[in-house]
Design a protein around this ligand. Structure first.
Ligand SMILES: NC(=O)c1ccc[n+]([C@@H]2O[C@H](COP(=O)([O-])OP(=O)(O)OC[C@H]3O[C@@H](n4cnc5c(N)ncnc54)[C@H](OP(=O)(O)O)[C@@H]3O)[C@@H](O)[C@H]2O)c1
Length: 263
């Protein structure tokens, strides 16, 4: 089994964009530890990296990718625009591309909704960046349904992805359905920070599969087709978190984990 990918439509050059369901998160990784963690992640098999202008590590992520020898077109790269850069979108993505050492990213997200009234203008600049081939897809982060609908209504273009805080304890089928209805891929962040990894439901299921609860949480996301981007600076955890293709959660186990969201 390999990690599946979700379609995000087509890039400006007509090629399909595919987003792997498992990515490697890089928030709070800086300098040499960011470089080493990304090297370890690529070695462990991750083919999706999540960074942001705000993380201050794009140069290390780019250098790790280059030194890894993994071909650029085999890795999905996301970066994000800090909302305070509204009005300076083009300069910001050009700096990201320079630091990452790539010609285009795969996904560019508005990191957080800009102050009232500025969201649509930023979104228009995002659409232009996609048309110019600087990013293959565009999306948002930390948006609610109403904020997504405003972008669609004003521009006719719906974000391909919404990256939001997510995990079993935040599971709400209505949130998932609202994204699906709009054709927006739900990408969850902070899967471990939002989860009690000692919860008896998770430890029971983990024991049944001979894995740790962290992997159960990641597998649960994948089976719901929710993109998940765990972060770690620990080599053993980086490798273990990617090792989630050789077990499958049963329907009963999926429902038991879903129920953590109703507690
Ligand atoms: N769009 C946004 O606003 C936003 C906000 C937050 C995060 N994100 C993205 O989402 C990514 C993930 O979220 P996150 O970094 O907040 O949190 P996370 O991935 O939920 O948790 C990271 C923490 O979990 C620990 N950990 C990793 N693997 C583990 C395992 N197998 N067992 C137990 N603990 C484990 C890590 O420790 P060690 O590192 O010490 O191993 C670290 O302390 C970020 O890195 C970033 O790329 C986006």
């Amino acid at each position: 089994m390999t990690i599946p990918a979700l379609p995000l439509g087509k890039a400006a050059d007509g090629t399909p964009v595919e987003m792997p369901l498992l990515g490697f998160g890089t928030w709070q990784l800086r300098g040499e530890s960011a470089y080493q963690a990304v090297r370890d992640a690529l070695e462990a098999g991750y083919r999706h990296l999540d960074t942001a202008t705000m993380y201050g590590n794009e140069a290390e992520v780019g250098r790790a990718l280059k030194d890894s020898g993994v071909p650029r077109d085999e890795v999905f790269i996301t970066t994000k625009l800090p909302p305070e850069r509204a009005g300076k979108e083009r300069r910001t993505i050009e700096a990201s591309l320079r630091d990452l050492g790539v010609e285009a990213v795969d996904l560019w997200l508005i990191h957080w909704p800009p102050h009232r009234g500025r969201s649509v203008k930023v979104w228009q600049a995002f659409i232009e960046a996609r048309e110019a081939g600087l990013t293959r897809a565009v999306g948002v982060s930390n948006y609610d349904n109403g904020q997504i609908d405003e972008l669609t209504a004003e521009t006719g273009q719906t974000p391909a992805v919404n990256q939001i805080r997510f995990g079993p304890a935040l599971y709400d089928p209505a949130v998932l359905a609202a994204h699906r209805e709009r054709g927006v891929v739900l990408e969850g962040y902070s899967p471990f920070k939002t989860t009690n990894l000692h919860d008896p439901a998770l430890t029971r299921i983990a024991a049944a599969h001979g894995v740790d609860p962290a992997r159960v949480v990641l597998r649960w996301h994948i089976q719901h087709e929710i993109v998940v981007i765990p972060k770690s600076k620990t080599p053993e955890r980086i490798a273990r978190n990617a090792d989630i293709t050789n077990f499958v959660l049963t329907d009963e186990e999926m429902r038991a984990i879903d129920a953590l969201g109703r507690r």
